[in-house]
Design a binder for this molecule. Structure first.
Ligand SMILES: CC(C)(COP(=O)(O)OP(=O)(O)OC[C@H]1O[C@@H](n2cnc3c(N)ncnc32)[C@H](O)[C@@H]1OP(=O)(O)O)[C@@H](O)C(=O)NCCC(=O)NCCS
Length: 302
């Protein structure tokens, strides 16, 4: 996968952030914890020549595809540098802000978007017990201008041309996934995307929202209590396809239990209703699956 990245410096010089810039961006823009900001500043100094070159090449892949769709494939960070992907992302923030400004996106939204970085640093610390950004490439959607957070939900321009569908994504932080919060977000997106991308969408009727997630598994209805928001969210989608028969261990372990995939079932936490419900299903042999679906706007009254 490394071979697919452009060569160092191929598109524009890599403006590698210095330690102060890393710390400041993480604290002021990304809502990161001070310990993650400090470790990231220290991690920069620890990069060797090879790691620096890889960071440069990751940056070039962003610079080469500003305004592109979805997120980019990046190689996994080397063991010794779990934060490697963070530096090219931070270097790309000024370009992202320029892109947003040219398209009339408020700075408030640019800031809101970047708080996802702080969240994923927190998640990495819970998962691995140290600072890291294991899915740094996820943020190439953010900094290339494909992905936006509008209220509770994130939306990303993803599908094939000429009118790419908009992918719906759900952060962990941001409160319960109530139908009102979902409706507000989708209403916003219906107005936002045709305004920001008029060359793609003539109006709200051009928008199709798709989601792929463990949250859409209809089997959850049988295991979660009535008051749970998750089945109500799943029921908003017209499901497509059977889902991966291999199941969704990595997503459930990550998002529900905040544990790495190699954690044995007996060691998973049972701290709340969701964890206890999913575990009861696992113990009963339920084949949990990620499912994909198309948002049915009528079910939101839109
Ligand atoms: C999506 C999400 C915000 C829904 O939260 P919600 O609206 O509170 O969901 P529910 O009402 O169905 O929650 C029911 C119960 O499960 C708990 N719960 C919900 N999501 C949880 C999660 N990810 N991890 C642990 N517990 C969770 C709630 O605290 C509640 O427990 P309680 O009744 O004991 O207090 C939440 O699941 C979440 O943060 N997920 C992580 C991000 C994610 O999975 N994104 C999709 C990636 S594909």
């Amino acid at each position: 996968m490394t071979q697919e990245l452009p060569k160092a410096g191929a598109v524009e010089p890599y403006p590698e952030p210095d330690a102060d810039a890393v710390r400041d961006l993480l604290l002021d823009w990304c809502g990161a914890e001070p310990e993650d900001a400090e470790d990231a500043a220290a991690g920069l100094a620890a990069l060797d020549g090879e790691a620096r070159e890889l960071a440069d090449r990751c940056y070039q892949s962003i610079a080469a595809d500003m305004g592109g769709k979805k997120w980019l494939a990046w190689p996994k960070p080397p063991e010794a540098h779990p934060l490697l992907g963070l530096y090219p992302l931070l270097a790309a923030v000024p370009g992202m802000i320029r892109f947003h400004r040219e398209r009339g996106v408020d700075e408030d939204l640019s800031r809101r978007l970047l708080t996802d970085v702080g969240e994923k640093l927190r998640l990495n610390r819970r998962l691995h017990g140290r600072a890291g950004l294991d899915v740094a490439n996820w943020f190439t959607g953010h900094v290339r201008g494909a992905l936006y957070q509008l209220g509770r939900l994130q939306f990303c321009v993803e599908g094939p041309e000429p009118k790419p569908f908009v992918g719906v994504h759900i952060r962990g932080e941001g409160g319960p996934l109530t139908l009102d919060a979902v409706r507000d977000s989708v209403e916003w997106a219906l107005e936002f995307f045709p305004t920001v991308f008029p060359e793609r969408y003539d109006g709200p009727d051009d928008l199709v929202f798709m989601c792929e997630s463990w949250l859409l598994d209809p089997q959850l209805r049988d295991w979660l209590p009535e008051r749970s928001n998750i089945p109500g969210f799943g029921a908003l989608f017209d499901l497509e396809g059977p889902g991966d028969p291999a199941g969704n261990r990595s997503d459930l372990w990550r998002f529900v239990f905040n544990r790495t995939e190699d954690t044995p079932v007996e060691e998973l936490p049972r701290d709340n209703t969701l964890q206890r419900s999913v575990l009861a299903g696992i113990e009963a042999g339920v084949p949990w699956r990620n499912r994909s679906g198309r948002l049915n706007l009528a079910r939101l009254g839109l």
